[in-house]
Design a binder for this molecule. Structure first.
Ligand code: G1P
Length: 296
């Protein structure tokens, strides 16, 4: 059966975005017109995902509310002659089934994925981090490609990678490709947030994974690693060391990853999405040009 289940971890507290994230989830921050997590869900739906499990935590109920069908709001828009706004709620009617579970203790990304096991069971599944958008307006099909590669090979995991500047390797899981690191490559190792001098490449894990349920057995055996957290990267490393096949797929040129984990990358993402807005992008561009030329 084709992989159609995705786990979306959204339990992280977003401390690097305080005070913005004090009482709202970072996954609900606006990027242009939509909250981050809506782009993630729309991307997954486009790639053939039909069922979605959010792994949530304290203060994340706004995410659940966002994907509910809000009949009261729909009726209100109809009754007050604002039918044209109904298209803004079309995402509510995506043909998707939503599930929610909670990570009851903040023990790391690997632990968050392990919390999904009772719901995922023995099926293969996608993991999509809820704080990263892939491609401008999330037009990426990389998850579909990854599922195809997963199904066509005997790989137990397929991971998306993007090239990052050498000084940024310290923020990511970094691949050691077994072969040349082509568009699709086999991994010889994966290292979580290495030092600049220890990094075997500049290919960084880019927030999307496809897994066989075998990953759960490895996660259960993964001791705390970087930051004293149970790291998904470390479980993948154990898979590779056991001789299991793990593939990397590079993001395409138009599939950049927008990370909403810190202010620098959040500002860049918001600016880029707002500038691409069909209605207000041009005016914003003029305004910014004026600001940059000191005219305002
Ligand atoms: C996590 C993973 C890391 C990956 C990154 C972006 O780190 O542990 O391997 O490169 O997401 O996909 P985090 O951003 O949660 O620190």
């Amino acid at each position: 059966m084709a992989v159609d289940f995705a786990v979306v971890p959204v339990a992280g507290r977003g401390t690097r975005l305080l005070p913005l994230t004090k009482s709202q989830p970072k996954e609900m921050l606006p990027v242009g017109r939509k909250p981050v997590v809506q782009y993630v869900v729309e991307e997954l739906a486009r790639c053939g995902i039909g069922r979605l499990l959010f792994v949530t935590g304290p203060g994340k109920t706004a995410i659940e509310n966002h994907f509910d069908i809000d009949v009261e709001l729909i009726n209100n828009l109809r009754e007050t002659g604002k039918e044209e706004l109904l298209t803004e709620l079309a995402f509510e009617r995506e043909d998707l089934e939503y599930f929610y579970t909670r990570q009851r203790r903040q023990l790391g990304l690997g632990h968050a994925v392990l919390c999904a096991q009772p719901v995922v069971g023995s099926q293969s599944f996608v993991v999509a981090l809820g704080d990263s958008i892939i491609g401008l307006h999330a037009q990426s099909e990389v998850v579909r490609t990854m599922i195809e590669k997963y199904e066509a090979t005997r790989a137990v995991a397929v991971i998306a990678f993007e090239e990052v500047p050498p000084e940024d390797v310290i923020h990511y899981g970094i691949a050691q490709p077994r072969d040349g690191g082509h568009e699709v490559f086999e991994l010889g190792d994966l290292i979580e947030k290495p030092g600049v001098n220890e990094a075997p490449s500049n290919l960084a894990v880019a927030s999307r994974y496809v897994f066989s349920p075998a990953i759960f057995d490895y996660l259960k055996r993964t001791p705390p690693g970087k930051a004293d957290e149970i790291q998904l990267t470390d479980a993948i490393r154990m898979l590779i060391r056991d001789g299991r096949k793990v593939l990397g797929v590079r993001l395409g040129a138009d599939e950049r990853r927008f990370d909403i984990g810190n202010f620098e990358s959040y500002f860049l993402a918001f600016a880029e999405f707002a500038l691409a807005d069909p209605q207000y992008g041009a005016a914003l561009k003029n305004h910014l040009k004026g600001l940059l030329q000191g005219a305002r």
